[in-house]
Design a protein around this ligand. Structure first.
Ligand code: 5AD
Length: 381
């Protein structure tokens, strides 16, 4: 049934007689209109899978209801399959310092959290963990930290060069830096950089990030693109004060800057932060944002994130089946992992790097997918 058929029904209804019949027919009419609307939206999702475009208003409509979730997820999964195949890229993440000069209101390792137990790995430890990951089968290392001034650009360059000599791809996630610093990392061989925009709602951004500026964050992303990094960004879904209209703008922002990777997660209130008492985001809404992103940016890399699994024991498995094609197990060894607490309930803080790898492979294979043997750049086939 299509829209014109629904209107024919409407005309037939107008022809009928008694009040009771008319009342009944009005209900039918109402149902027909809803059905017609749903069919239009389904068609829009189908077209987005083909042409990778959705209007802002349609994104809002999809986010505002659970009516289309199942279809949206199925369609995003088929786009993932068409453009990225069944291989899943496994990237090993080393959280090498939780010392941070910033005060993001949602983050458990913000500067003003006196209860965060701070640590910093030595360059030798970082390289050792990368070596172990390489032996285990990882092809990419993600180096993530708070904005820790101890790690100068030169120090980072030394670490990057050593990891590159292991024939691994290097992704950095070190926060906001100067153009010159990004240049130094790139020259040392860094391949990719992750820097979530967190939200494109400037007022909300300002409220959540004391002494930071939205403009500078965008400057960072533009620098990274210009320098030839595969550039990743993303948002927190379900932040207090975040509207679905602003999430629609976030998704259009991803498309606009032609992000190579998008990492999304639900906001999870962290203790000892100004937002500790707030309501968190939901897994479903995060998955929806991810699925729409897959429709609009069909060939990018999208991880099933740890925060998704924190809200549901199968969160990452679900993500892999509605658009995601990357997974990033933690390969930080020892006790450090317990201390890198951006939010509570983080998974896999008690298992070893090797165990995490094996569990990840098992998860991927349990849904008939396979582990990628490439470094997994955006335009790798
Ligand atoms: N809940 C979920 N994700 C968080 N992050 C920081 N704090 C939280 C939280 N409370 C995310 C941010 C950041 C990434 C490294 O971790 O989006 O970019």
């Amino acid at each position: 049934m299509n829209l014109s058929r629904a209107f024919l029904n409407f005309l037939e209804i107008l022809d009928t007689g008694t009040f009771a019949e008319n009342f009944k027919n009005l209900i039918i009419l109402q149902k027909s209109i809803i059905l017609a609307y749903n069919l239009i939206m389904i068609e829009k999702i189908e077209n987005a899978a083909k042409f990778h475009h959705l209007d802002r208003l349609d994104i809002i409509r999809i986010l505002a209801t659970d009516e289309f979730d199942e279809f949206l997820f199925k369609t995003a999964d088929s786009v993932r399959k068409k453009y990225k195949g069944d291989s899943v890229h496994i990237r090993g993440i080393i959280e090498f310092s939780n010392i941070c000069k910033q005060n993001c209101k949602y983050c458990g390792i913000r500067k003003d959290n006196p209860n965060a137990e701070r640590y910093r790995l030595s360059p030798d430890e970082i390289i050792l963990f990368a070596q172990h990951a390489k032996e285990k089968g990882f092809r990419t290392i993600v180096l993530q930290s708070g904005e820790d001034g101890f790690f100068s650009a030169e120090k980072m360059a030394g670490i990057i060069k050593k990891i590159k000599s292991l024939d691994m791809a290097v992704t950095l996630s070190l926060g906001e830096k100067t153009t010159g610093e990004y240049e130094v990392y790139k020259k040392a061989g860094a391949d990719r950089y992750l820097l979530r925009i967190e939200t494109t709602d400037k007022t909300l951004y300002g409220n959540l990030h004391p002494n930071m500026s939205f403009e500078n964050r965008v400057r960072c992303l533009k620098d990274l693109k210009k320098l030839g990094y595969e550039t990743g960004t993303g948002i927190l879904v379900g932040l207090p004060g975040q509207s679905i209209e602003s999430i629609a703008d976030d998704i259009l922002f991803f498309k606009n800057i032609d992000a190579d990777m998008i990492g999304l997660g639900p906001f999870i209130p962290a203790p000892d932060t100004p937002l500790s008492k707030e309501k968190g985001g939901t897994l479903t809404q995060a998955l929806k944002v991810m699925a729409i992103t897959r429709l609009l940016l069909p060939d990018i890399n999208i991880p099933a994130t740890t925060a998704m699994e924190t809200l549901h024991p199968q969160g990452r498995l679900m993500a892999l089946q509605c658009g995601a094609n990357v997974i990033m197990p933690n390969v930080t060894e020892g006790d450090y992992r317990k201390k890198y607490l951006l939010y509570p309930g983080k998974i896999a803080v008690n298992t070893s790097a090797a165990q995490n790898y094996d569990a990840t492979v098992k998860m991927i294979e349990s849904i008939g997918r396979k582990v990628s043997i490439t470094k997994g750049f955006r335009r790798d086939t």
